[in-house]
Design a protein around this ligand. Structure first.
Ligand code: SF4
Length: 331
């Protein structure tokens, strides 16, 4: 197991040859642990309302420039049915922390989606233990809750009114309730150090996460972090690669954010340790309003246009699209 010092040393090293060797080793381990299949997780961004005010996020409540929407449950179900017809076996129900979220109605929707024989991932932020339990009882298989940074001071600064300890408590509850748990971080947050990213990677392993998402911080013009420095793709890929080396068989997505800072960023991430892609299934008329960060790819396209493109990209690097649910390999 790599130490914190060794990980931060790798991240700091600018040698391109060493980076290529690192990606090759992570790719070898990815093949050994997860094979050549790429699992698809279809995301439905069903509401962009949020009661939180995270400094890095375009959905923050203080952003008055954003047009807000909430998809009706019927429409979410209809998109889920289309996903199943397209052989996507995981539906990710994602939203901001919507103040009008109704747990009973949402659980009813999960029950209907589960009848389609797909895995359901929920990503709606921090809830009470009782609500998490209701979601599990309704049939949700997985929960995604990124902690973004394990630096408690930065966390508090970027997520006003929230604490890292509460986030970690939520992750512990989700584990206790036997969800397959996904988390992750942003790389390149202002003030974040290589040491703190090294700490994040070691926490991934300590938490025994089933899935780990790593995305670049992309400054949003309608947030207090507008104009902050952008991170380079190479550093993000190194974090992906080291995460593969440290966590073994965790599922690691080539995130949409990585594809948004480089035209072939997702392909590069898939060759640096990643084994999952998360196509956006949100109907095109809502997509541009799920404006977490600027420059997000595919915002003008419907799933019918996105999926063939994604398939071609995956096949272009010699990989296969999985038609299984792609459950946790840690179970
Ligand atoms: S990061 Fe999540 S919780 Fe924070 S403002 Fe954005 S959507 Fe809301």
């Amino acid at each position: 197991m790599l130490s914190r010092q060794e990980i931060s040393g790798i991240l700091r090293n600018k040698d391109k040859g060493k980076a290529r060797s690192l990606f090759a080793e992570a790719d070898r381990l990815r093949r050994q642990y997860t094979g050549d299949d790429v699992h698809l997780r279809g995301i439905i961004e069903f509401s962009n309302h949020c009661r939180q005010d995270c400094l890095y996020c375009g959905l923050r409540r203080s952003n008055k420039n954003l047009i807000r929407y909430r998809m009706p449950p019927k429409e979410i179900l209809s998109v889920s049915k289309s996903a199943r017809r397209a052989d996507i076996r995981t539906v990710v129900l994602q939203s901001g922390e919507d103040p009008q979220y109704n747990i009973g109605e949402f659980c009813g929707l999960i029950g209907k989606i589960k009848k389609l024989d797909v895995a359901v991932t929920v990503c709606i932020g921090e809830c009470s233990y009782a609500d998490y339990r209701r979601l599990k009882e309704a049939g949700a298989d997985r929960y995604l809750l990124k902690f973004e940074t394990s630096d408690a001071v930065l966390y508090k600064k970027f997520r006003p009114g929230n604490t890292l300890s509460r986030r970690l408590e939520c992750l512990a509850w989700l584990k206790k309730l036997k969800f397959q748990v996904g988390s992750g971080i942003m790389v390149g947050l202002p003030g974040q150090t290589f040491e703190s990213i090294a700490g994040d990677i070691l926490i991934f392993e300590k938490l025994g996460l089933d899935m780990i998402g790593i995305g670049p911080f992309i400054p949003h013009p309608d947030t207090p972090l507008a104009g902050s420095k952008r991170i380079d793709l190479g550093t993000v890929l190194k974090v992906v690669a080291i995460t593969r080396m440290v966590t073994g068989n965790a599922h690691i997505p080539a995130t949409t954010a990585v594809g948004s800072i480089d035209a072939v960023g997702r392909e590069k991430a898939l060759q640096a340790g990643a084994n999952v892609v998360m196509p956006d299934l949100t109907p095109a008329r809502y997509r541009r309003y799920y404006d977490i960060y600027p420059g997000k790819i595919c915002v003008g396209e419907d799933a019918e246009e996105c999926l063939p493109c994604l398939y071609r990209r995956i096949q272009s690097i010699g990989r296969r699209v999985s038609v299984t649910r792609g459950d946790s390999l840690k179970l």
